[in-house]
Write a protein that binds this ligand. Structure first.
Ligand code: BGC
Length: 726
């Protein structure tokens, strides 16, 4: 029989089907397994026809690919996956970008696409084909450890930015030399667990799920994402990997997702050992197959159990065929049976971490930074300043700066054999280094750490005060660090820990201008800093070029333009403070605290200011299939060139179910010279104003809608108009 699967002129679908027809049950189940590539990889390839490995890189990956291709019956290539979350940051020498939360403050889809494309290039040049990114969970409870991995709190923004990253990773087509598979995760509502506790129960109704948590994934599916990862969490009693409605009915059937679903790390085993909805591992395997998971991440027991379940007739072979076919199809589409089976790594040294990529990291850090306060234009630093004191625990700390999913030590011993400890940190520019470099001989810079991020027993505050005493300005770099962010690292308090606030208070007492630079994975409760610092720069985890970017902003070489993609609470108990709240709260505030966040979603200032006027709608009565076209004048009222992010929010004034007081539905980035005015046009499809009613029907309800346009989600910053949907 012609080996159609080997012939490039046939369609990917025909080749995949032909290959599937030749496979035994064992071979098919093997393709569904993804195991840790550091544990008996040859055995997994030769005896179990494994489909995918994760967490190995470079020569070892290429060696294993050779074995799979040349020493197995059908020569099916492997897919290698890795968490290249903000750059290929587990790999020595790779380009490390700001965290996803940082990148989201840029509101820049082109930038996100470029970041993802560069990451894809660096990933493929180390023999891998798949990154478990982007994260499309929403950051709505700041206690949750993984807020740094999100695009912030808003479903629309997460969807738009996620789609851009999917396109960047996957390129024009998957078979392109530098395209890799993306993996939006964690499907779904994983960030919404109670108390911010990672991986527990997300108590969300199907309506809330459809309204808030599924739309970013729908956007990623529409952008063509090749894979999706099912979350660890349970929804209404069902762990995501056990939820057939979620994975099959919604994702595969309603969203028409054609890629494959991968479980999260040992989701299958967890059904039995942690969540206890299966009395045995065998039962767990049966449940995940029936629910619609295609690839099983790191549950090695799946192989024997699944083979047995099929052979005993408990699981229909048809389900295995469907899962296997989805995986094979992606391998064909990626070109793994053809040109891309072995990557051409000959030029990897000159591409991985090259200057062009570093420059993209620098640019993305610039755009990720949000200026939160600048009293009396204390910034940028002018040449009236002669001596600068840099203090604080995060001024010269590579681990805090890069944040999670980089080489920094993690809690998982089983994942610690990567390049973590061998990582060469010389290419990382810390904040202190960036300031020193920019200051050159023009300014004198002195440094003292002052205290630790966490450990209260470390107290060098006096030394910090001493070096600050004859300085003209103090730059205090504080925040959080790696052990306060990430999986298993949920926080109960969001305050600055250790002696950081004490350090800031003592520095403030010197009477000198106090600039606070925040290096942190997530919003912190810092009302004292807001009231007392002269300027605040939110730099997040700004990546390897973070120091250069912060320095450029401090010295005014770059006018900051980032806007918050996430609201800052004043107090941990005030949560949630996301902007798209529901109406109806008696009193509208806590008895002991305002309902206002410390900093609003969409907020961010710059070295100039903008004025909005003249909001006009092309039509004030529209049909459900129309597009709302609005125009508004935006003026740069200062002298410095800047980029303003114009935001459009909509409120469905009366609706059959409660709907948020405002929802982001569009935005535009506008570059304006000092004094310049531009008439900005933004289009919003009326179909995007659909609500989900209590019977889970989705439709645009006729009636009046309010449109609000401005530079943040804060009411005072918005110009409003009303239109009618007929
Ligand atoms: C995380 C995923 C990650 C996977 C593989 C899991 O613990 O939840 O986000 O992709 O590990 O490393």
């Amino acid at each position: 029989m012609t080996e159609i699967y080997k012939i490039q002129s046939y369609s990917y679908e025909d080749r995949a089907q032909d290959l599937l027809n030749r496979m035994t049950i064992e071979e098919k189940v093997g393709q569904m397994c993804q195991v840790d590539g550091r544990k008996e990889p040859e055995l997994w390839i030769k005896d179990k026809n494994v489909g995918s490995f994760l967490h190995i890189v470079g020569e070892e990956a290429i060696r294993l690919q050779k074995i799979s291709s040349e020493e197995t019956r059908l020569g099916i290539p492997l897919i290698f996956g890795i968490d290249a979350i903000h750059g290929h940051a587990f790999y020595n020498d790779a380009t490390v970008f700001p965290s996803q939360l940082g990148l989201s403050s840029s509101w820049n889809t082109d930038l996100l696409q470029e970041v993802a494309h560069i990451t894809a290039k660096e990933v493929i040049l180390t023999g891998l084909h798949w990154t478990f990114s982007p994260v499309l969970c929403l950051g709505r409870d700041m206690r949750w450890g993984r807020v740094d991995e999100t695009f912030g709190e808003d479903p629309y923004l997460a969807g738009v930015l996620g789609a851009a990253m999917v396109k960047g990773y996957q390129g024009e087509k998957l078979s392109d030399p530098y395209s890799i598979l993306s993996c939006p995760k964690h499907f779904a509502a994983y960030g919404e667990t109670q108390g911010g506790r990672d991986s527990t129960e997300s108590d969300v109704s199907p309506r809330k799920l459809k309204t808030v948590f599924l739309p970013p994934f729908k956007a990623a599916v529409d952008a063509g994402c090749a894979t999706i990862m099912a979350g660890y969490n349970s929804i209404d009693g069902l762990p995501c990997s056990a939820n057939k409605w979620l994975l099959t009915d919604i994702l595969k059937n309603q969203f028409n997702f054609k890629g494959f679903v991968v479980t999260d790390w040992n989701n299958t085993g967890n059904l039995y050992s942690l969540q206890k909805i299966a009395p045995s591992l065998k039962k767990s395997c049966e449940i995940v197959i029936n629910a619609g998971n295609d690839m099983i991440m790191t549950t090695p027991e799946f192989y024997d159990n699944a083979v047995e379940l099929v052979k005993k007739g408990i699981i229909s072979e048809k389900l295995i065929d469907q899962a296997c076919l989805r995986i094979l199809l992606m391998k064909f589409k990626l070109g793994l049976f053809d040109e891309k089976r072995y990557p051409d790594c000959s030029n990897s040294n000159s591409i991985i971490g090259c200057d062009q990529h570093k420059n993209a990291s620098y640019k993305s850090a610039l755009e990720s930074i949000v200026l939160l306060k600048n009293e009396e234009n204390v910034l940028p630093i002018t040449n009236k300043i002669k001596k600068i004191a840099v203090v604080g625990p995060n001024a010269d700390d590579v681990v805090a700066q890069l944040g999670d999913w980089s080489f920094g030590p993690r809690d998982f011993p089983e994942r610690s054999t990567l390049e973590y400890n061998k990582y060469d940190t010389t290419s990382i520019v810390t904040i202190l280094e960036g300031i020193k470099k920019r200051a050159g001989s023009e300014f004198e810079v002195v440094y003292e750490k002052g205290c630790d991020v966490i450990d209260e027993s470390i107290n060098n505050i006096d030394a910090a005060l001493k070096i600050s005493s004859d300085c003209d300005i103090i730059i205090a770099v504080v925040g959080d660090t790696i052990v306060l962010n990430g999986e298993t690292r949920d926080r109960a308090s969001l305050d600055l820990l250790g002696r950081q606030e004490e350090l800031l208070k003592e520095l403030k007492n010197t009477g000198k201008p106090l600039i606070v630079v925040l290096i942190n994975g997530k919003p912190l409760t810092i009302p004292w800093v807001k009231d007392n610092a002269h300027a605040i720069i939110e730099a997040w985890n700004p990546g390897m070029e973070g120091g250069n970017a912060v320095a450029s902003i401090l010295f005014g070489d770059y006018n900051p333009c980032g806007k918050l993609s996430i609201s800052f609470p004043r107090h941990v108990g005030q949560q949630p403070v996301y902007y798209n709240q529901y109406p109806g709260w008696h009193g509208g505030k806590y008895a002991d605290l305002t309902s206002e966040p410390l900093f609003h979603f969409g907020y961010g200032i710059s070295y100039t200011s903008y004025e909005y006027s003249n909001l006009k709608l092309a039509s004030y009565e529209l049909d459900t299939d129309d597009e709302l076209l609005l125009t508004i004048d935006v003026k740069n009222t200062g002298t410095v060139k800047g980029t303003e992010i114009v935001q459009v929010y909509i409120n469905d004034i009366y609706s059959c179910v409660t709907t948020p007081i405002k929802e982001l539905k569009g935005f535009a980035r506008v570059e304006l010279n000092g004094g310049e005015t531009k008439n900005v046009q933004i289009k919003i499809p009326i179909s995007s104003l659909a609500l989900i009613d209590s019977n889970l029907n989705s439709f645009v309800e006729p009636g009046e809608f309010e449109v609000m346009v401005g530079g943040s989600s804060k009411d005072e910053d918005l110009i409003k108009a009303v239109f009618k949907v007929l």
